[in-house]
Every structure is written in C-alpha cells, then in structure tokens.
Design a protein around this ligand. Sequence first.
Ligand SMILES: [Zn+2]
Length: 921
Amino acid sequence: MRSNERECIARWEHAFEADPAIEKEKYYLTVAYPYPSGAMHVGHGRTYIVPDVLARYQRMKGRQVLFPMAFHVTGTPVIGISKRIANGDGKTIGLYRDLYRVPQDILDRFINPMEIVRYFSEEYRRVMQKSGLSIDWRRRFITVDPPYSRFIEWQYAHLHEEGHVVRGAHPVKYCPQCENPVGDHDLLEGDKAEIIRFTLVVFRWGDARIPCATLRPETIYGVTNLWVNPAATYVRAMIDGKEWIVSPEAAAKLALQDHEVLVTEKIPGTVLIDQTVAHPLSGDVPVLPATFVDPDMGTGIVMSVPAHAPFDYIALRDLQEQGKYTSIEPVPLIAVEGYGEIPAKDAVERAGIHDQNDPGMEALTQEIYSAEFSRGKVFEKYGGRSVREARDDVAALMVERYDSVPMYDFDNRLVICRCGGRVFVKILHDQWFLEYSDPCWKEQVKTQLEEMALVPPEVRAEFVRTVDWLKDWACTRRVGLGTKLPWDPTWIIEPLSDSTVYMAYYTIAHRLKAIPPEKLTPAVFDYIFFGEGSPETVDRETLDAIRSEFLYWYPYDYRFSAKDLISNHLTFQLFHHRAIFPQELQPRGMVVFGMGLLNGAKMSSSKGNVFLLEDALEEFGADTVRMFLVGSAEPWQDFDWRNELVSSTRKQIERFWNTVSEAKQAEGTTPIDAWLESRLQRRIEGATAALDSFQTRQALQEAFFGVEADLKWYRRRLPEGAGGGAVLQDLCRTWVRLLAPFIPFTCEALWGDLGESGMVSFAPWPEADESRINPEVELAEELLARTVEDIESILKLIPMEAKSISLFVAPAWKHEAFRIIAASADKTRVVREIMQNEGMRRRGREATDAAKQITKLVLKLPPDIVKQLAASSLDEQAVLEGARSFLEHEFGVPATVKDAGESTHPKAAAALPFKPAIMIE
Ligand SMILES: [Zn+2]
C-alpha cells in the first residue's frame, strides 16, 4: 500500500466518530449491511463508496454526518458453507482458499460457522478502511451480538402485540434437504420464482381419480380430452385414502402439501392412452398421447381445451394431420372481442405457427390467457358471466361438489437451495408469518411512500407494486444463526425479518455496549425509542442520554441499496417502521442503485465472475478505484468494471496531482485570470447541484473534467512564456476541496502540501462567489474558442499551406436578426416575421438567406448561450482583435479581423453572429 494511504487511514481511524452536535444540522445515511461470508468484490465497493462520497460531501457542507456499518450474519448460509468445508467439499474449499485467499490455518477453523463470520467481518472492516470509507466504527456490531438480539426481541414483541405476526398454514418455499423454509437469500437459483395456486380438476377413470392442475377451471366445459406423456411413468397412489393416478413428481409434491400419500404401483403412460375418463362438467373424454406433457409440471396429466389453449389446439391439429382422432372438434365456451369463435385457432393462424415446437407458443398462450381474462365472457349456457367471475365460481363449485383441491407450484420450475438441493412448495402449519397481506398495513406503507424522497423517481412505481403484491412472509426458521422468537423460542427469526429497523439501533449501538445485555429489557427499549415507562434495570440518566442521541439522529435521511432489494428488504423496512415508530420518525428517503458488471457480465461470487475489491485497491490505489466506480455511471445505472479503463483513471489522478503541485508557486496576474475565476464558480455550482441530487458521476464531471478542461484553455491563452497567475493558487485550494469526497487520499495529502492545517475531510465545501462570475468575459472566450475550432477544421480540409487568416465579423443588422430569431417562439415562421421589417425587406434575398442561416445557428447553439448572446452587446470585432496575437501564435500566420459589412470580399457575406466568416489564403 502507498505510504500516503497508510497515513490517511491512521489519521481517519477515529475522525468520523460522530456524536450529536446540537448546533449543527444532522445528516444520517445508511447502506444495507453486508453479509460477510466471502471477500468483497468491486461491486460491493461501489455500494459503499458512492454513499461515502455523499457522506464526505455533507460533512464538508457543515452537517453532522452519521455513516455507520455493521455485519449481517443471521440465517443459514454460513452454516451451509461451514458444513461443506467440514465435509471436504472441493468447490467450496477452492473458493475460500484460492479466490478469497483465506490462510489454511484459518480455513481449518471454518468448520465453526462463527469463525467464518468473525474472520470476514474483520476483513470487510479492513478493506472498507482501505477504501477510505468515513465510517463511525464505534457503532459496529454483528446481528448475533446479545444486545442486538435483545433489540430484535423487543421489535418482535411489539409486532406480535399489534397483530402483525400471525401463525397460520401457508405455502412456502421449502428445502427438504435442509428441512427448512428458504428465503430468496438462501437460493442458488430461482430467487424470483413465485408460488402459484392451481386447481386440481379431478376426472374419474373407473374407481381411480385422475387430477389435472389448471389455472383456468372455468374451461372445464370445453375439455375435449386429456394429455398423457406416453414416454413417462405414472404412479397409482393412495392419496388421503383415495386412489389417484399422477406422476411420481406430483406425488412427492402433494406429500408436502397436507396430503397423505402412499404410492402403490407404477403405471406406464401408454396404459392410459385411449382410455376414457369422465368429469360431471365435461362428460366422457378420451386420453390422448402428447410428448410435450412434463411429468414435473402440475400432476403430469393435462386437460385439453383446444378452443382456448393454443398448445392444446396445435397438439390436436398435429395428431389430426396424421389422420388420428379426426372426430374431435374444439368446444368453445368463451366469447372474446377481437377473436372468432375459436380464439386459439385464430391466434395460431394469425401468428403463422407451424407446430407445437414453435418458440412463439409461450407468448401466444399468454396473449389468449390475458385477453380472455380481461375481456372474455362465458357463453350464456354456462352462466354468461365474465371469465374473471366464472373462474372463481367454477373453482368453488368443484371444491364443494367434485373433489377438487388446490395444488401449489412455482411459476418457473427450477428453484435450487444454496445446499444444492431442489426447493419445493410446502404448506407449513405452525409457521409464524409477518402479515404483509394486511390491507391496512399496506395502506400505511403507501402513505409513507408518498411522503418520501425516492431516487431515481421511476422506482416509485416499483415500490407501490411491491406493496400491492406482497403476501404474508414466513419470518422464522428452525435452524440458522439469529435471534429466537421471544414467545416461541423453538423458532429463529430469519435474515430478511431481523434487518428492518436496525437503522434505529445504529444510533445507540455504541452506548448499549456498556450495558450488560440482560439489563436490556423490552422496557428499556420502550423508554429509549418511545420515552415511555420507567425501566428499573438501567439508571434514568443513562437512558435519557441514549434517548436523546436516538432522537438527534432519527429518522434516517437516506438509505442506499441495490434495486433487487426493492422486492423485499427496502419495502419490508417501510412496513416495520410504520408498525413500530411514530410518524415523525419514519424514513425520509431512499436511493436505489444499479447493478455491477465485470467486463460486461453480471458479477457473481458463486459463478467466480468477480474482481476482489482488495486486489483492485492494491493494483490501482484506493482513489483510482473510487474515482472509477463513481465516474463510470450514476448510482442508479448499472456499471461495468474493466481493468483497462481503470488504468486511465489512475493517469487522470496523477495529472491532477502534478497540476496542483506545480501551481503552488504561481504568482502575478494575467488578462485571462478573470475568465478562469468565473468558470470556477460555475464548476462549483455544477458540482454542488449534482451532489445535492445524488448525481455523483455528473458531479465528478464538473469537479474534475470540467475544471481540467478550463485549465487547459487557460494555459493556451496565457501570454507566451507566462506560467499562470496567482489565481491558480486559489483555484487549487478550491479544486482539492471539490475532489476531496471522491479521491480523499490524494486530496488529504495535497491539502497539507498547500500549507493548510487540519484535514480536508472537514474543510468547508467551496461556495460559488457570484461576484466573480463574469458572463461577458465567458462569452468572449466562448466566441474565441469556437472560432479557433472552426479555423482548425478548415485547415484540416484545405490542401495548401496557409499564409494568412482573415476573419469577418457579422454586421449589426445580422445581430438584430439574431435577436429577433432568438426571441421568436415559432422558428418555422420566423423568416417571414423578419421580412416584415422594413429595413430587412430592403436587403432582399441577402436578408432571407441570412435569416435562414441564423435560424439554423440558433437551433444548434446551446440554449443558454443563445440567451446570453441575445441579451449582450458583445463587440466581436474588439474581442477577436484583442486575441489577434494569440491567433497568430496559434496558427503561425498573420491574422486580420474586419467588419463584414465594410468588406466587398465574397466570403464576408457568410459572416454570422458568433460565427465569423473565415478566409484562409
Ligand atoms: Zn437446502
């Protein structure tokens, strides 16, 4: 590590410990605490570095900033890792030894899950410090620390009392291998899978029952046949004492869903083909062969409704084209606008589908499903109701009269637990649930969302959607690390449920460490958070101090997290805040981050596609890593880490270092100083506005690249031999502060070099000085810069060596035309408007041409320049005349500046305001 970095880390060790400071406005930001089960990669790096930039900015703005960190270790993942290491699992050991480079003696101790947690939380802290994060480390904790468990017990006692935690029978994701319900955190694959409730329509085959799973029970009236896979093997099973025929997969699934299942014999699919089955609502129908039937979907036997299901329609057509089952006709039962009598036939023919293997079939099925569900009506003879209503009615009728039961399965089939085993839907009875389905609770969260700042604004709709579809959440597990449910200690609170209001805990975490955990009773927390009651285990003075610290910081101002947490954590925490804390302590804002890519592919530790943060810090230096991560995308955009791009960032920081080091000695004044000063004020304004709206990339553009570009022009414009005026010294003091939030290590060192005392981390953020903004000077330089650019592009185009340059500036009447055109609201009619002016009309064709050219120019120039130009009385001739020696030096030839109005040269007629005509000879 570079010695400067080491020095800063030592200086910063306790610098960001923040205590309440009544005289200052507070700013409290939090980031989702990490789960330290492996090394941090550069994607994690951005998650913490971007908030750190904002924390540093707010601190320099004079706010009292709290930026805490803790480690989330609840749940089963480390237990699984530990087990796999203990069992000698080569892949896991390889990951930890080779990718994460855990020393062998420590790896040996990983057979105890707490050792993994301890090792990596210390590693995380070390690497976070190396990254320059300005964290108050006194408040750090891990989620199995006893004081934290007391806090979670208090939280759950409240939720239970208020009726937000209920016990019930619910379908949940379940891993039979772990014998545990699993949350999205516990999954290797399928973390977006949803549990779907199907209806089993029960057909009779002699004494046996053949159930078919469907989402559309109302279509029973249109069933023409069943489909069975002739290549599959089915089973005869006693299910709840009755004889059923299903696939073996289905039998296993039903056993997890409140059914008593006893498999008695195997039946080849072929035995079922051409048999006749019956349902009271469909009558007798035959069983037909279909290879598309998947034994792992539903019961492995499918009811066929060719009039309304494109798959069934085309499978039947395929058979009939071979001359089989030609007597079967689709039986329609739903009328839907936009389709003929047989909607499936219509859709298939319209889409030009050839056979059942066509890739367009899935979308077509969805199209018909949606059309019929939203606008379809069941025929009069089947009740004449909307599909929406008929679906529920028929399902209820079938459950009551025709032996139907529900069956649960995932929408997309494969859901895999971290243990490697497959996850199924299980109905749990004694499980505890957070009742997120409660409409009153949902309403409160929606009200809260309306009052919050959400960045970027488009995530608002996603939050509302999440609140709407959230169902009850299984919040306890039988195994794993974590806090026991206080009233039923056979259960442990799972990770997404014990991480919802810990932002409040941070505000007092360091103070609780001084109190023995057994004294942290619910009454103590009631007093701290609500100011209620009179706990006896802790003295009042201590409690009052703790409460006043909580009230100083809370509520938090902003929470930062990745967009994939909207569907769980970020929304859960709003529910819990509403349930626990009063209105004035509700969260104020959230900033939702994009994802990290590595060389264009999604970063993923389990797939090995990661670049470790510590490797990046070592290879490039902390500031380079920070600047790259902040500069490559705005927080809500996805970013892509590419080593070759990171290297160029390092060179940029070196340039900055050299510029500031050289400018220290600058003295005297030059004519262009006023321009540089003015530009600097604009950069301060730009960077400040960007940071105030969390646009960290835009802020860096202004603060780094913007200032650098200005300096480049400034140097070019200096009189020959001049090194720059004392204005540079002032600029450097400002520049170092503007960049301090982004590249604090470099800036801390430069700040000392500039002779400033104290740390730049606490220096005041630069403020734009209005009195130093000089629009006329900026406009004049803009004219000159654009003219230089135009000359350069002409020089590139002409084959000859230039001997002289003549510039013709536009005459007064063209400036007048410019003002009229700039002010006109309708640029398409403006030429006619101008020609109504007597003076212009007299100029005839010349004026029409000029008006057209000027209109084009006005549309091309940045609007703020057009506005300035229209309002200014910029003397172009004087500006360019004043820069004549500069132009002659730049291009190495004599230059002249003339008024186009007084020249008869044919080129002169092309002169436009802000765009002199150029003649090169
Ligand atoms: Zn498992």
